[in-house]
Design a protein around this ligand. Structure first.
Ligand code: ATP
Length: 345
């Protein structure tokens, strides 16, 4: 039996069915990430698990117990919000100890727990400050600390890094990964950032329009997406997907029968620039030199748009005529409905 079981979970906002029957089993200690485009229902699903929204259909079990209609305070889950939700007039120590105080813990136990969490999170020197005197990253760590002291059965994170700048986001992401390794706590994390999903998750849950599209390890989703939506959602820049009829006959001939009328998907690393004479003819429309790699955006003469990733500096200019070498051995093939027909082996 799974630790956290979602069985046919549904949520309506008025007539709008925002969550359309979600089934998911989460094992103890797993780090699960919910991703998906804006409005797909990630935060709603997390809030249903947290008990912050009423579950309209289905059942939610935690550690063998039905918690579907249990109030949030009785669920033994702790949530960390994007907005931190700290008490501005309280010190860091008071913020972190508040829930324990409410639960009637002794002063000594509270001190032990807060001191330990502060040391894990590098907050020991800031315990007397109020949140207003902290940086964004420190505030986020206080919010995490407040969750840690409660030693909940499951940690829930709702886009915890989106208020931080890029450098701090990267650093805090590493800290969250380390924290998970140290505490081993079951974690559900919502983000729209697929790099966070890929780097943090044991398993990623891709949502679309209130339903799960696919669940799997990050590389499983990268290598074996079940459809074009997942294929293009995971990976940056996104997978090049081109209708077969915009590519030369030789490429079309390589397509499996079920992909006829469908499309071919190539990761940017599967597209290389070669001589005009030998490759698929295309024109360069944009060159992004990122230092360690170069992204070259091209348009074939038949109208297919693609991006090629090159691990070195490129010496091409916008407007140049180039040839493309498409590595068909790495191709994903989709049928006319966007379902995967074949992924590379
Ligand atoms: P984002 O990445 O933009 O935060 P999300 O995937 O977290 O999006 P949700 O916030 O879960 O999406 O919203 C899912 C759907 O439910 C959306 O269509 C949204 O408009 C709707 N919704 C969410 N909360 C409410 C509410 N309180 N009342 C009515 N509709 C809501």
């Amino acid at each position: 039996m799974a630790y956290l079981e979602l069985k046919g979970i549904e949520k309506f906002f008025g007539e709008h069915r925002a969550i359309k029957g979600v089934d998911l089993d989460i094992q103890p200690g797993e780090f699960i990430v919910f991703v998906g485009p804006s409005g797909c229902g990630k935060s709603t699903l997390l809030r249903l698990i947290a008990g912050l929204e009423h579950i309209d259909g289905g059942q939610l079990n935690l550690d063998g117990r039905d918690i579907t209609h249990l109030p949030a305070s009785k669920r033994d889950l702790a949530m960390v919000f994007q907005s931190y939700a700290l008490y501005p007039h309280m010190s860091v120590y008071e913020n972190m100890s508040f829930a324990l105080k409410l639960a009637g813990e002794s002063k000594q136990v509270i001190e032990e727990k807060v001191t330990r969490a502060a040391s894990i999170l590098n907050l020991t020197d800031y315990l007397d400050r109020t949140p207003g005197a902290l940086s964004g990253g420190q505030r986020q760590r206080v919010a995490i600390g407040r969750a840690i002291v409660r030693a909940p059965k499951v940690f829930l994170f709702d886009e915890p890094l989106s208020n931080l700048d890029a450098a701090l986001r990267g650093q805090t992401r590493v800290e969250i990964a380390q924290l998970h390794r140290d505490l081993g706590a079951t974690t559900i994390y919502v983000t729209h950032d697929q790099v966070e999903a890929m780097t943090l998750a044991d398993r990623v849950v891709v949502l679309r329009d209130g339903l799960i599209e696919q669940v799997g390890s990050p590389l499983d989703l990268y290598d074996h997406p079940v459809n074009q939506f997942v294929a293009q959602f995971i990976g940056t820049p996104q997978m090049n997907v081109s209708p077969l009829n915009t590519l030369p006959a030789a490429v079309q001939a390589a397509a499996p029968a079920a992909a006829k009328g469908g499309s071919i998907g190539l990761r940017p690393e599967g597209v290389r620039l070669t001589d005009v004479a030998t490759g698929v003819p295309a024109k360069v429309v944009l060159v992004e030199a990122l230092g360690a790699e170069t992204l070259i955006y091209v348009k074939t003469h038949e109208g297919a748009q693609m991006v090629a990733r090159q691990a070195d500096r490129a010496h091409v200019q916008v407007g140049a005529e180039v040839g493309l070498q498409l590595d068909i051995s790495t191709a994903h093939w989709f049928d006319a409905k966007g379902r995967t027909v074949r992924t590379p082996t």
